[in-house]
Design a protein. Structure first.
Length: 284
């Protein structure tokens, strides 16, 4: 295993890990969260996982104007060039599916395939037109007795690692997984990293990163993407059928996988379905 950092801008470094030296190259953004769960794909492959700027083991970004999707796309390409990766497969989960897609659209000869897990719809309106929770509602979720008690005891200040884990268990993951018992299937080691404390990344997400996507509509550009694309959603994470059809109608070589018994984390919630299907896609 090789670990390193790449300075993508003066004072901004992204952390990356390389496992394996031969075979098909896979690039996995948001590595502190998803590299471990996606490790079954590593057999016979070179897996490059990395943390976005300001996240995981990457450096803190003091100037928040340097946060946003355009920077994340540029960082992905900078890392690909730095490691001399020739047309890797990029696997993007959640927001990182947008990063992977936009990178492929901007650099159409830089990747060989895309796996987009829990992707946003191909356009914001009308599928994502509801308002996001406020900063206060996300950091101090109303109605959560457990988190309220922890905050009353100042645990978010005295033991932020424990608070980050409990925030995931009692707030975010219950909204994302298919069943309550699936909460325990998602590894939470990333919560030990200061960049993953809710008070750190939520303001960046709400105030800089998500707004940087604007009123996106990627449909006009999809037809120009001439690589195979696998769209994966957990069964309870799927949007309206019309939103899925917009993806499939726009992509020249797109296909879809719905994972039963899973929500936003299908590789954790139902690996028995997720990994064989992704393996078949990668081996074609």
């Amino acid at each position: 295993m090789q670990q390193g950092t790449l300075e993508v801008e003066p004072g901004i470094r992204i952390h990356y890990t390389v496992r394996g030296s031969e075979g098909q190259a896979l690039v996995v953004p948001n590595g502190s969260w998803v590299a471990g769960p996606l490790r079954p794909l590593a057999r016979g492959r070179r897996i490059v996982s990395y943390d976005l700027r300001g996240r995981g083991l990457s450096s803190h970004v003091e100037d928040r104007s340097r946060l946003g999707v355009s920077f994340d796309v540029a960082d992905l390409e900078a890392l690909r060039r730095h490691l001399s990766l020739d047309r890797p497969v990029v696997i993007g989960h959640s927001y990182c599916s947008a990063v992977a897609l936009l990178h492929a659209l901007d650099h159409p000869h830089a990747v060989s395939r895309l796996v987009l897990v829990g992707a946003f719809a191909a356009r914001r309106i009308p599928w994502h037109d509801s308002e996001l929770p406020s900063l206060g509602e996300m950091i101090r979720p109303p109605g959560s007795t457990r988190l309220g008690a922890l905050r009353a005891g100042k645990v978010h200040r005295t033991d932020p690692r424990t608070y980050a884990r409990e925030w995931m268990r009692h707030y975010l993951l219950p909204q994302q997984v298919a069943r309550p018992e699936n909460v325990g299937l998602v590894p939470l080691e990333a919560c030990d990293l200061p960049n993953e404390f809710p008070e750190k990344w939520i303001p960046d997400w709400l105030e800089r990163i998500y707004p940087s996507l604007g009123d996106w509509d990627w449909r006009p550009r999809l037809a120009g993407l001439d690589v195979p694309v696998l769209l994966v959603w957990g069964e309870t994470d799927r949007g309206p059928p019309e939103a899925e059809q917009e993806w499939l109608a726009g992509l020249a070589r797109g296909e879809m996988l719905a994972v039963p018994g899973a929500g936003h984390w299908p590789f954790c919630e139902n690996p028995e379905v997720f990994f064989p299907a992704v393996e078949r896609f990668l081996l074609r």
